[in-house]
Design a protein around this ligand. Structure first.
Ligand code: ADP
Length: 422
């Protein structure tokens, strides 16, 4: 329709020109002059529009017809785009403000590890400067090998804990998330207080256990001497002394486990360099179990000859805890089996028993210190309640994990899973 009305205008102007020309002597010349004038007018309007487009902050050009329509469209589109940009900017400002107010350090990285933005807390915690460090590789500015290796590996499934600083070390926890295309968001938290409290707790437990050992050794020594010849003792004394000796032995085991757990926790983050042959470890354990259970020796199924990097003593203690539990909580006379295999990328060391099994309710809490499914039964079997806590820490110290599967009435399978290293 618009096109028709423009055509109508053109025809009307040409007719008016022709009419005026006819009156003056030549209709054709009149029409021609009218056409040229129209062309000039249109060019002038185009020039106005072009001038406005160069700087659209100027007021709208005074144009007509088609040109007015074109200017109207452009103006509306620009206003729409401006509104969207403003909304986007206010969302970005809001996000940056909230990140800025966080007590955790936030760093945005682009192209792998180059800094795009960071908040105040990140500047303090990681010693970054903003905006001076924009575009710099964060791995050049944060001098912590663990941090650099973590960022370069780009494998962010687990958070990283690492240290920075010289004399006064600061313990940090880093959570990294990928977003957009290849950009990374880092959240860094100062966990020094937590780490120090944890270390104090560990030291305290370690020191108390150590200090209690000496008096306990004296007590058990005297009890042992008194019980070597009971002929001259009245019977009630004998019973009391035997009970004291039994409880003293329990306490000794408890202190031994506590000290061992403290040692494993302390060295958990250290690199384990031994090449451990799990097959031989299982044979050694089998010998030990044969002495304790000559009628029901530990059964083995060894499908893998690979060695794994680790600490032999720690691994031995973990597997022996699982095997001892399998005998303790298994059904008398039923076989206990230990298997060693490789499945895909993982190594798996399983201990299988045919005992009463564990209610799924308890499984998530089994590795907590002193957690017991049945207190009276565990105490009767002489357990310390620390066995599975030790197993869990040994697994963690070897970058592995403990999996527990159990069916009530059928038995349980405890599996240590270690990642295969290339
Ligand atoms: P404890 O010294 O009491 O055995 P652990 O940490 O070794 O302590 O085990 C924690 C609890 O888990 C045990 O008290 C027991 O109830 C349960 N448990 C461990 N192993 C088994 C198993 N093979 N079958 C059934 N229950 C088990």
């Amino acid at each position: 329709m618009k096109w028709f009305s423009s055509l109508g205008h053109l025809v009307l102007v040409l007719l008016a020109g022709a009419l005026l020309g006819w009156y003056l002597g030549s209709a054709v010349a009149g029409a021609l002059v009218a056409a040229v004038l129209m062309l000039l007018f249109s060019s002038y309007q185009a020039w106005l529009v072009e001038h406005w487009l160069r700087d659209s902050s100027q007021k709208l050009p005074d144009v007509h017809g088609h040109w007015a329509d074109i200017v109207g469209h452009i103006y509306r589109q620009e206003r729409h785009a401006n509104t969207s940009i403003k909304q986007l900017q206010s969302t970005v400002d809001y996000l940056l403000d909230s990140f800025g107010a966080m007590r955790d350090g936030v760093v945005m990285l682009e192209d792998g590890d180059s800094i795009r933005w960071c908040n105040d807390a990140a500047r303090k915690i990681l010693g970054l400067r903003y905006p001076q460090d924009v575009g710099q590789a964060v791995t050049n500015l944060v001098r912590a090998p663990d941090f650099n290796a973590y960022i370069h590996a780009g494998e962010f499934r687990e958070p990283l804990t690492f240290q920075v600083g010289g004399e006064h070390k600061v313990h940090l926890m880093l959570v990294a998330t990928r977003f957009a295309e290849g950009d990374t968001l880092l959240f860094v938290r100062d966990i020094s207080d937590r780490v120090n409290t944890e270390r104090m707790r560990r030291d305290f437990v370690g020191n108390v256990s150590h200090e209690l050992r000496t008096p306990l050794t004296v007590i058990t020594g005297y009890l042992g001497t008194l019980l070597t010849d009971t002929s001259k003792l009245p019977p009630p004394y004998i019973r009391a002394l035997e009970q004291m000796a039994g409880q003293a032995e329990r306490m000794e085991n408890l202190l031994k486990d506590l000290l061992w757990l403290t040692r494993i926790e302390t060295t958990e983050r250290e690199e384990k360099n031994e090449q451990v042959d799990i097959g031989s470890l299982l044979y050694e354990l089998q010998d030990e179990m044969t002495n304790l259970h000559p009628d029901n020796p530990l059964q083995l199924q060894i499908d893998c000859s690979d060695r794994i990097q680790g600490d032999y003593r720690e691994l031995y203690s973990a597997v022996s805890n699982l095997v001892i539990n399998a005998y303790k909580y298994g059904r008398a006379g039923r076989p206990v089996l230990a298997t060693w295999s490789r499945e895909g990328d993982d190594y798996r060391l399983s201990v299988v028993d045919e005992g009463a099994g564990i209610d799924p309710l308890h499984i998530p809490r089994l590795t907590e210190r002193f957690y017991r499914v049945d207190d009276s039964r565990s105490s009767a079997t002489g357990g310390t309640g620390l066995g599975l806590a030790i197993v869990k820490h040994v697994a963690a110290a070897h970058a592995g994990r403990l999996e527990i599967k159990s069916t009530l009435g059928k038995g349980s399978t405890f599996t240590l899973v270690f990642p295969g290293r290339a």
